[in-house]
Design a protein around this ligand. Structure first.
Ligand SMILES: *[C@@H]1O[C@H](CO)[C@@H](O)[C@H](O)[C@H]1NC(C)=O
Ligand SMILES: *[C@@H]1O[C@H](CO)[C@@H](O)[C@H](O)[C@H]1NC(C)=O
Ligand SMILES: *[C@@H]1O[C@H](CO)[C@@H](O)[C@H](O)[C@H]1NC(C)=O
Length: 370
């Protein structure tokens, strides 16, 4: 056997090893899941720069507005919108259901570009989002676009869910903007960064689609370039001394419905092993779950979709419990056979039936509630 074929054989074995994941039994379309997972792993090797994108989805006929957050890779952005004072219309599409929404809801999309990590770390992108939303929520701007100020929704998926959570909380705290948001809608949101060893993080640590390592890497790019932090997070030993009090807000042993706890045993995180200090880890603008109940009480009607095969499942489930405990009306859909990212796969040829189902549920909920 020649060197070339040996090399080829070795590469195949390595690729198979690298891309192999046990696909859960009850999952629909397993071969597509595998392809998507492989795609994601290869993409992880090549695409490292992620940025948050804000879209304002504006339905002319129905005079309501969705503001959509998602994290997408730079290269996929079709058009940037510019100027601080004027929104140009344009269509963003990549890994988000914007195209489908436009079709079903007769919408136009707007957005603007953001200061990017790693040059601009947290909270630069969040501040930009807040700035853009506050600009948009001015009476004169709403009027210009014929928007009914009583029918505005903030929405987003995955890391965009963190933006939705914190933007909604921050606006409710601001007397000028309180009650301007009718509803927040989150699809498998990422809502905290202080406990990465919840049951879903254990069960789905290798994916499908989003592995624990990737989730941690992506969130940390937004905070620091220091390599020590992600390593410490992987060991779940990174929160500073004195932060124990925050764990009551995300304590899964307290907030997770019994069904999802299975045989997992709650393990308190080990504190104080990290030398560097990252105050951002304690910041509720990064982890919207870190606010107390009186802050949650102010929040508007909430829609949350969680997927079973998703490391972020428990973030969403805990937010559902906490919001309901605080008396906030919540519609929660749990999709038993879906993976993280499912709603990004709604266009041929790589569509998932579960993605289409989620999108249908989401759209009909918006149609009824916004
Ligand atoms: C988490 O909740 C469990 C059960 O409610 C409790 O025993 C434990 O002390 C809590 N831990 C923290 C850090 O809040
Ligand atoms: C952290 O501090 C310990 C003890 O002071 C030291 O031994 C270790 O090298 C430090 N680690 C880093 C990454 O600076
Ligand atoms: C909740 O948090 C807010 C902001 O940190 C604080 O002002 C308020 O006193 C807290 N409320 C309770 C009941 O702890």
């Amino acid at each position: 056997m020649g060197n070339k074929s040996r090399l080829f054989g070795l590469s195949c074995i390595l690729l198979a090893y690298y891309t192999y994941i046990p696909i859960p039994e009850n999952i629909e379309e397993p071969w597509k899941m595998r392809l998507i997972d492989i795609f994601m792993k290869i993409a992880t090797l090549t695409v490292v720069l992620l940025l948050p994108v804000l879209k304002v989805v504006h339905s002319r006929s129905k005079k309501k507005v969705y503001i959509w957050f998602t994290f997408i890779s730079v290269k996929c952005v079709n058009s940037y919108l510019n100027g601080d004072d004027d929104f140009n219309t344009g269509l963003f599409y990549c890994g988000s259901p914007s195209e489908k929404l436009t079709g079903k809801l007769h919408c136009i999309f707007m957005g603007r570009d953001y200061r990017l990590a790693p040059q601009y770390l947290f909270p630069a992108a969040l501040e930009d989002c807040i700035f853009a939303i506050k600009f948009f929520l001015q009476d004169k701007v709403l009027e210009k676009y014929g928007v009914d100020p009583a029918r505005i929704c903030i929405s987003g998926d995955s890391s965009g869910g963190a933006l939705v959570g914190s933007v909604t909380q921050l606006l409710q705290d601001d007397p000028e903007y309180r009650n301007k948001i009718k509803t927040q809608a989150m699809i498998y949101p990422k809502l905290q960064i202080i406990d990465t060893w919840m049951p879903s993080y254990r069960e789905y640590k290798d994916g499908p689609f989003l592995s624990r390592k990737l989730a941690i890497k992506v969130s940390i790019r937004y905070i620091t370039e220091d390599e020590e932090l992600p390593e410490a997070i992987l060991r779940n030993e990174y929160m500073p001394e004195g932060s124990r009090d925050l764990f009551k807000f995300v304590n899964w042993s307290h907030f997770l419905p019994e069904k999802y706890k299975k045989n997992h045993v709650y393990r308190e995180p080990i504190l104080g092993t990290l030398n560097a200090s990252y105050p951002v880890l304690l910041d509720s603008r990064l982890s919207p779950l870190l606010v107390n109940d009186s802050q949650l009480q102010k929040l508007p009607l909430t829609y949350i979709i969680t997927c079973e095969h998703d490391i972020l499942r428990d973030d969403g489930l805990i937010y559902v419990t906490r919001l309901r405990n605080a008396g906030v009306p919540v519609t929660h859909e749990h999709i038993e056979d879906a993976i993280h990212g499912a709603i990004s796969f709604v266009t041929a040829p790589m569509y998932l039936h579960s993605g289409l189902r989620i999108l249908d549920k989401y759209i009909s909920w918006l149609q009824e509630n916004l």
